[in-house]
Design a protein around this ligand. Structure first.
Ligand SMILES: Nc1ncnc2c1ncn2[C@@H]1O[C@H](COP(=O)(O)OP(=O)(O)OP(=O)(O)O)[C@@H](O)[C@H]1O
Length: 251
């Protein structure tokens, strides 16, 4: 349903995205990995409309959305978690989710008029339960843990009911236990909400245990794409990315 076709993005002489062709099946869970500077975030910025590609197509359900504005791409169902929980530090977790749900319902008013949505508060409560944020729901977001703030960021993206959700390093800045808890939450949300989820992650253990498919980028290009088993045994990946220690483990 989401397909990148020969996508290229150059910044002057730097080719950050080098003829990338990838497809993401509906309701799949895919990780994007690669060394620093491999072009992972650039790829997300192209998909969300924050960057226009130099060439190539981004097909969502067959329609080319490459170069459209971020707002129009969000409206088409591609969401992304940003660090927005910290932008409204005086609002509680619950207030932020209610505001996000209400804003989404407002923007879809005409479309939804035939099917009245749940009241925003009720939908926000559902999200709080899914996000396991019940114990902090009435606290200002500036006073909750870094991990909970990142979960709230995911929830604010989910309030827009995306078909495709992009998460750029959801576990960044977390300790090991918090990382696994975060990824369990992400996995649960993915299963419950029936969406296509694509995440960038540096923690290889998390990637191999959670992702259904893994795309490896190197110097902007796709080095390998496959299931965790295929990627673990891929000679180019072992050589360029996993290193000799993991090569031994993967053998
Ligand atoms: N706005 C920009 N202007 C110029 N060069 C850029 C810009 N954005 C990214 N680049 C370059 O494009 C390449 C890919 O960067 P990108 O941030 O996409 O990599 P990444 O894989 O996300 O890295 P990291 O893991 O460090 O976040 C790098 O060489 C980077 O310097």
């Amino acid at each position: 349903m989401l397909e990148l076709d020969n996508l290229v993005k150059s910044f002057g002489g730097v080719v950050a995205t080098d003829h990338v062709s990838l497809s993401f099946a509906e309701q799949s869970l895919t990780a994007i990995i690669g060394p620093n500077g491999a072009g992972k975030t650039t790829l997300f910025n192209l998909i969300t409309g924050h960057l226009a590609p130099t060439s190539g197509r981004i097909l969502l359900d067959g329609e080319n959305i490459a170069g459209q504005s971020p707002a129009s791409i969000v409206a088409r169902g591609i969401g992304r978690a940003f660090q927005i929980a910290s932008i409204f530090p005086t609002l509680t977790v619950e207030q932020q989710l209610i505001a996000a749900v209400a804003a989404h319902q407002k923007s879809n008013e005409r479309m939804l008029s035939a099917f009245p949505p749940l009241p925003a508060k009720q939908r926000a409560e559902e999200l709080i339960a899914q996000l396991a944020l019940g114990s902090v729901a009435r606290r200002r977001s500036s006073t909750i843990s870094h991990g909970d703030q990142k979960v709230l960021d995911v929830g604010l993206a989910l309030a827009l009911e995306p078909k495709v959700l992009l998460l750029d390093e959801p576990t960044a800045g977390m300790g090991p236990d918090e990382r696994w808890a975060m990824m369990e939450t992400v996995q649960r949300l993915w299963k419950t909400n029936g969406m296509t989820l694509i995440f960038i992650e540096h923690d290889i253990d998390i990637v191999f245990s959670i992702a259904q498919r893994i795309n490896v980028l190197s110097y902007g290009a796709v080095l390998a794409s496959g299931t965790p088993e295929e990627i673990k045994g891929h000679p180019k990946v072992i050589e360029a990315y996993l290193g000799s220690e993991d090569a031994g483990a993967a053998a």
